[in-house]
Design a protein around this ligand. Structure first.
Ligand SMILES: [Cu+2]
Length: 126
């Protein structure tokens, strides 16, 4: 899925370059999906958060506006990704299920699991 999107972007970039004759912008860095540390990424990146062992990993991520965050449930238990301000909510999803959300506005977005409120995570958009 991600590779397809990247291919599409690269193809589009090549078309734009060939039409306009201008050089393309540098390619954005691609972050590893399994990093356990906070990430700072360029806009239009996709960041993956694993839900495993009743925890969001990484617990806190830092992204640029426009980033897409994808949470994937690796537990046998159902979990949710729910804004503590109740402005958005994934609903419960099962092992292998995923939820994604694009963050366009700068700010701190704290979330939790409605079934297991001790599970918390944060997306920092700056
Ligand atoms: Cu949960």
């Amino acid at each position: 899925m991600y590779k397809l999107s990247l291919t599409a972007i690269l193809t589009l970039a090549l078309i734009l370059v060939s039409c306009s004759g201008r050089s393309a912008a540098p390619e954005p860095a691609i972050a590893g999906a399994d990093s356990s540390t906070a990430l700072v990424l360029p806009a239009a990146s996709t960041v993956h958060v694993e839900i495993a062992g009743f925890a969001y990993k990484p617990q806190t991520i830092t992204v640029s506006p426009g980033a897409r965050v994808v949470w994937t449930n690796r537990d046998t238990a159902r979990h949710s990704v729910s804004d503590i301000k109740e402005t958005w909510d994934s609903g419960l999803f099962r092992e292998g299920g995923a939820y994604e959300r694009v963050f366009n506005q700068k700010g701190d977005y704290e979330y939790y699991c409605t079934l297991h409120p001790a599970m918390t995570g944060k997306v920092v958009v700056k």
